[in-house]
Ligand binder design. Structure first.
Ligand SMILES: CC(C)(COP(=O)(O)OP(=O)(O)OC[C@H]1O[C@@H](n2cnc3c(N)ncnc32)[C@H](O)[C@@H]1OP(=O)(O)O)[C@@H](O)C(=O)NCCC(=O)NCCS
Length: 205
């Protein structure tokens, strides 16, 4: 938990650097790592952007025309960047080797919990962890459209069908289409990537 070295802070924009300097410990490391990951992802798209500021609900504010999402965990920061014509992206990394089954009832909807409980002991946590990762990625991708907090009961994840997501948002929210993808970094660590867009509603003739 040493402070981020000057040489690393120097790779941030002045605005990001000012923010990072005000942070301490793990938060400073994660913030700097996330911003550097986002800039690297943008450059891979051929885009060189300015400071990646933070919105009122902690959402990353990419430049007009782009969607960006960040996740970090101790030793690793990952960002997903895309052009936003196709909707908003969300990314989440979960898994640090600890099985935290006590969070299962918070993360899972009742029907998901029944499935988890029926699994052999060693398969329970991976099943919860995948749902956890996908749901947090869903939150990050859907938040820009709904602009309010929604909890883990607002989605279910079909772990047998490519982590397919079903959303249960309030009726006043736009109807969303969500695509999801998983990447296992190692057997204990999973990355969930989500793209959310508004469902097109065609007026009846
Ligand atoms: C916001 C939340 C998803 C962040 O996840 P986390 O595992 O704690 O942390 P991660 O490292 O993966 O992600 C942190 C990044 O998320 C992003 N983020 C935070 N709030 C966000 C929001 N409202 N919208 C989009 N992205 C957001 C930020 O980029 C942040 O990094 P930064 O502060 O360095 O920029 C989580 O703390 C949370 O509140 N979860 C409850 C809501 C939820 O997941 N509901 C499930 C819906 S089905």
């Amino acid at each position: 938990m040493e402070p981020v070295p000057e040489a690393v802070l120097a790779r941030l924009t002045p605005e990001e650097r000012a923010f990072a300097t005000g942070e301490r410990g793990r938060r400073q490391i994660e913030y700097a790592g996330g911003r550097l990951a986002a800039r690297a992802a943008a450059q891979a798209l051929g885009v060189d952007w300015g400071p990646l500021m933070t919105g009122e609900e902690r959402e990353p504010l990419g430049p007009v025309g782009f969607t960006v999402s960040i996740t970090h965990k101790n030793d690793l920061a990952i960002a997903l960047v895309a052009r936003d014509a196709e909707g908003c992206v969300g990314i989440d990394l979960e898994g640090d080797g600890r099985a935290r089954l006590s969070i299962a009832s918070k993360v899972c909807r009742p029907e998901e919990l029944l499935e988890v409980e029926a699994l052999p002991e060693q398969e329970k946590w991976p099943s919860v962890m995948v749902r956890f990762a996908v749901k947090e990625a869903v939150y990050k991708a859907v938040f820009p459209f709904v602009r309010h907090f929604f909890g883990f009961q607002a989605a279910s994840v079909d772990v047998h069908d490519g982590a397919r997501v079903t959303l249960y948002l309030p009726a006043e929210d736009p109807v969303m289409v969500v695509e999801s993808e998983l990447e296992w970094i190692n057997p204990e660590r999973v990355l969930a990537m989500v793209r959310a867009k508004k469902k097109r509603v065609f007026p009846s003739p």
